[in-house]
Design a protein. Structure first.
Ligand code: AMP
Ligand code: ZN
Length: 136
């Protein structure tokens, strides 16, 4: 299997590592949305958020919080976006689970431009019922 993030974990590809423990690696994204944009990954390969076992996920979340604090402190950010693109349709391009930690500043020119929808005719309850039924 060809995976650039596994190569980074194994030291076969270069990276700017900012955090490492037994289970998790944090490193700078090579194409940052803002400088300091970082990625946090489990060292073991899982395709995406839905595939990560709870214990590995807990390690990654704990590390993501630690790295977020460090980025906020060291870069004096006004905010952060913490994102896990899950699936090709959601913009995932590297299929080794990762959180993005993106530094944000009041003055930055990086904007999400969502077009919000309105729920009509009971659709909100219909969808909530569907999801409630599926939650295990
Ligand atoms: P995603 O689109 O959510 O799968 O994000 C994958 C991210 O990995 C992108 O932001 C890429 O810029 C980043 N990326 C890809 N290859 C590397 C690499 N060799 N080192 C650091 N970041 C990378
Ligand atoms: Zn991998």
């Amino acid at each position: 299997m060809n995976c650039i993030f596994c190569d980074i974990v194994n030291g076969k590809a270069p990276s700017e590592i900012i955090f490492e423990d037994e289970h998790v690696l944090g490193f700078l994204d090579i194409r940052p949305l803002n400088y300091g944009h970082s990625l946090v990954i489990p060292k073991i390969h899982f395709e995406n958020f839905l595939d990560v076992p709870k214990s590995d996920l807990e390690s990654v979340v704990a590390a993501a919080q630690k790295i977020s604090e460090a980025i906020k402190l060291s870069m004096n950010t006004d905010g952060l976006n913490i994102v896990a693109n899950t699936g090709r349709a959601a913009g995932q391009t590297v299929f080794h689970f990762h959180f993005h930690i993106i530094p944000r500043f009041n003055s930055d020119d990086f904007h999400f431009k969502p077009v919000f929808k309105n729920y009509e005719n009971g659709l909100m309850k219909e969808l909530a019922d569907k999801i409630r039924k599926a939650v295990k």
